[in-house]
Design a binder for this molecule. Sequence first.
Ligand code: C2E
Ligand code: CA
Ligand code: CA
Length: 507
Amino acid sequence: MALNWLNRPYIRICLSVLAFFIVAALGVLAISWQTSQGLRRDTAASLAQSVRLVDMTLNNASTAADSVQHLVGHDCDQDVIQALRWEVARVPNVRTVNLYRGDTIYCTSLFGKKIDYVSTNKYAGETLLLMSGNPVTPGHPLIAYRRDIKGNGILIGVDGYFLHNILELLSTHAYLILQVGDQWMDSKGKIHQGEGWPDGTKMVLASARYPYNMRLVIRNSDQWRYVFDYAAVSLVLFPLVSIFIALMTYMLLGRVGSPISTLKDALAKKQFVPFLQPVVDGTNHRLTGGEVLMRWQHPQSGLIPPYQFIPLAEESGLIVPMTRLMMAQVRDQFGPIAAQLPDDFHFGFNICAGHFKDLTLIEDCKAFLNAFKDKPIRLVLELTERELIESSEITHSLFSALRRMGVLIAMDDFGTGHSSLTYLQKFHIDILKIDQSFIGRIGTDALAGHIVDNVIDLAKRLQLIIVAEGIETQEQIDYLTPFHLDYFQGYFFGKPVPATEFMEKWL
Ligand code: C2E
Ligand code: CA
Ligand code: CA
């Protein structure tokens, strides 16, 4: 019951929202992990593939260089020019084949004999140079492949178009570039210088054959762009799970302490009704009173006995308004027909120990007695011996106020608890109700007979009014008669019944 506060609507909503966000946060983590793992795997594969393809392109240049290597140092005559042109025509990707001496190009496939300057020191690894264009096709990127043989050599122009295609093809999930020296080509075929590539997770793979690197950057935006490709299931699953968990949290919290809410609801709907059991004179067996016993008239479950709800009612404090409801109902039902009640008729109500700290009990008793002004009755409050009342100023003032009003106090279930004689005197008990467990033992065996005799003997010594509870057989009555007890109560005389039935049967 200590967890009852969890049941409050705003707490339930807050905790449900919290549960939603915790699961959703886990989902975001899982999705981002799945995506990043998937992306890394795929982009690493793209990177390796790009190196393979660029190597293949450059292999073509290398093949062309092999074919014309014997011409290095030769004069640029018609045969040599023809041989250079033949390579351009024969080998894929190769755009130009040129011969140079020192820092001067002297023979080209395109123009034949032509003198042009070449800055050989710019070549990465003395082999490769990225160019954004050349005088023939400015703005059209190409990569130059150089093979140097003792200061002379071959320069082969490879069309950047192929490289650009490779980059474009493999850069779908990340930013991919081809880096040669301090120059690089992006997937659009543009040539850059320096280190201007974007931020993100970087990967680099160098070719084993040629002096270039393929670099790859997974930008943060890439992560989220491909969430659907790598975490589609989680993307659908986690929001659903979050909503489910939040709803479950809301529902389960609603169940915490809900028996109390149910009791409250039942109280508001006045589903607790009084049943009355007759109490008769110990000698002539005539009706002298009635004990009020609570029942829960449940719309679905029917009549619920008190042991199923009284403990919770006491624990939650709801027993106080519930007892008040009992008193009010008995008052309203019997007040108008009070004249039909036998003289000195008493009504007994069961009061729990917690209720004895509540001064409103005085008002309730007053209102009850007032309803029987024309034909006064006795009001009995039954306190069970199993839970003793704490001695405090409030309880003492309550006891004395009740005494002044003429309310009688009965010690219920006498013999089962542990009340000392001083306790019985301190609280001015008027009536003892011998517990039904003792009455039930009558006639079972000799030892049981001794116990019953002793309890009755103890009760008589206290010189209080004595009620024997739970009488079911003639044998029990015969046994008890010589003790001259004041009152009898039990199924033998009558079971607890609704007020109307009680009136029909007994009045
Ligand atoms: P209790 O105050 O000792 O009430 C007597 C119980 O014994 C009643 O059970 C009654 O039906 C049962 N009884 C009476 N005669 C016989 C009999 O001859 N044989 C047997 N076997 N039983 C008999 P009930 O009505 O089920 O109530 C059980 C307990 O619930 C009560 O014991 C009382 O402690 C508690 N209770 C009932 N109504 C209220 C109430 O309005 N307020 C409080 N605080 N407790 C209540
Ligand atoms: Ca009782
Ligand atoms: Ca009892």
